[in-house]
Design a protein around this ligand. Structure first.
Ligand code: FAD
Length: 401
């Protein structure tokens, strides 16, 4: 192992979409930034519905122009109660026009987004890239020492921990995490279909979880199908023809004939919430800071807001010649992220639990709530705006356009 340590203002650990976005945003502030992340093709076929200010943030990172032709606009969203229960909620339809927007956002395959992020990360000046992984992270009084698998030693005044669910950075910062597993798994795959989606995303709410069809460019959509783990195992093992038929039946044929594309992945569902979002010169970004069930397309949108907020706070520290990893800087990050992450995790948890509940009063409450949202314009518009981004975020950040 080399004993010469390379010093940086900020080291970002983890090169998923949240880590790459954070590394680019931090390098754009003028802070000397390094990224420790393996360069590997993106491994699954998830897509992201980029909502609210996420696209504006990617524009500011000069990433969006490299991938926008691969994204489909989302102009309407239908929530359909497909529980077959006695008490069912009425269909709710949200339209971006109603809140004066051309689209709520854009759905893009993570693979395409990652190519654009990697390209920009390679081009931007002030970002050193280590195609490597962090093996040990040791926070000290004045900096954090990071040792990599290939024997490099780095030091940084601030570490951005974007190393996903089993975050080494979170452990190094001494941050505890509350974890709750659900008896649910999400099966993801993409489909071609004979009828156009008309840029409408449709969520069928079944008694086991939502099954969501989100538009992709052309007559294609991405599918996130949440079911009990055993049913997920059964579905993933089906032949292409059988899965196409099952998907068409679940979609009630709204997209016509369905043909599944190659590639399926399973994600066990859980909620993870750390007690803090920064400590000991380490700030958490992306799934290291929050894991949610895929309801309402919130996960990476929050991860991009983590990246935007951290970069803004570091930019202010750099301008005023302050230490970007000092306790008061981390405190600012903690309070900037707390309300957004905690409130969204809670709302999604309640939405998921109310769908799964066999308790009749809970089903009635859910149906009444959705009826109110569907029929009362001001509440519907509030739900749409809050679904895109928290209303308290100042404009210019990734929360609002
Ligand atoms: C089925 C499903 C559908 C979803 N749909 C949406 C959606 O529509 N909209 C939305 O906003 N969100 C969505 N999400 C959430 C979104 O996919 C995640 O929030 C996002 O992918 C997490 O990105 P990340 O960069 O934080 O983590 P990851 O992609 O997990 O990246 C972490 C990276 O860190 C690396 N790493 C780990 N340890 C180390 C180390 N020691 N050194 C170096 N590197 C390390 C890993 O190899 C990995 O590359 C969905 C999630 C699921 C499961």
């Amino acid at each position: 192992m080399s004993d010469v340590s390379e010093a940086h203002d900020v080291v970002v650990i983890g090169g998923g979409p949240a880590g790459l976005a954070a590394a680019i945003a931090l390098a754009q502030t003028g802070a000397a930034t390094a990224l420790i992340a393996r360069r590997a093709p993106y491994a699954d076929n998830r897509t992201t519905a980029l909502l609210g200010g996420s696209v504006d943030f990617l524009r500011r990172l000069e990433v969006w122009s490299c991938c926008e032709d691969k994204a489909a606009p989302l102009q309407a969203m239908r929530l359909v109660d497909d529980t077959g229960r006695l008490i069912r909620a009425p269909e709710v339809r949200f339209s971006s026009e109603e809140i004066g927007l051309d689209a709520f956002g854009y759905n893009i395959e993570n693979r395409a987004l990652m190519v654009a992020l990697e390209q920009r990360a390679a081009d931007i000046s002030g970002l050193a890239r280590y195609d490597d992984e962090a093996l040990s992270i040791l926070p000290g009084d004045t900096d954090v020492a990071v040792h990599t698998g290939q024997g490099k030693s780095l030091s940084a005044r601030l570490v951005a921990g974007a190393d996903g669910r089993q975050s080494l950075c979170r452990a190094a910062a001494g941050i505890e995490v509350r974890r709750r597993e659900f008896n649910q798994a999400a099966l993801t795959f993409n489909i071609g279909h004979s009828r156009p989606h008309r840029n409408i995303s449709t969520e069928f709410h079944t008694a086991h979880g939502p099954c969501v069809f989100v538009p992709l460019p052309g007559n294609r959509s991405s599918v996130v199908w949440v079911v009990a783990p055993r049913e997920a195992e059964r579905l993933i093992a089906l032949g292409d023809g059988e899965l196409s038929e099952a998907t068409e039946a679940q979609s009630h044929s709204i997209l016509g004939r369905v043909n599944v594309e190659p590639g399926r992945h399973l994600f066990p569902l859980a909620i993870e919430q750390p007690r803090q979002f920064a400590n000991a010169r380490i700030a958490l970004v992306g799934e290291a800071a929050h894991v949610l069930p895929p309801i309402g397309a919130q996960g990476l949108n929050m991860g991009l807001r983590d990246a935007a907020d951290l970069a803004e706070i570091v930019a202010e520290a750099v301008i005023s010649g302050e230490d970007p990893g000092a306790p008061h800087t981390l405190k600012r990050y903690n309070s900037a992220r707390r309300a957004d992450i905690i409130s969204r995790t809670m709302v999604i948890d309640i939405a998921n639990r109310s769908l799964l509940s066999d308790f009749l009063p809970m089903q009635s409450l859910r149906a009444a709530g959705l009826h109110l949202i569907g029929s009362w314009g001001p509440l519907r518009r509030l739900a749409m705006r809050e679904g895109l981004a928290p209303s308290w975020r100042p404009t210019g950040r990734a929360g609002k356009g």
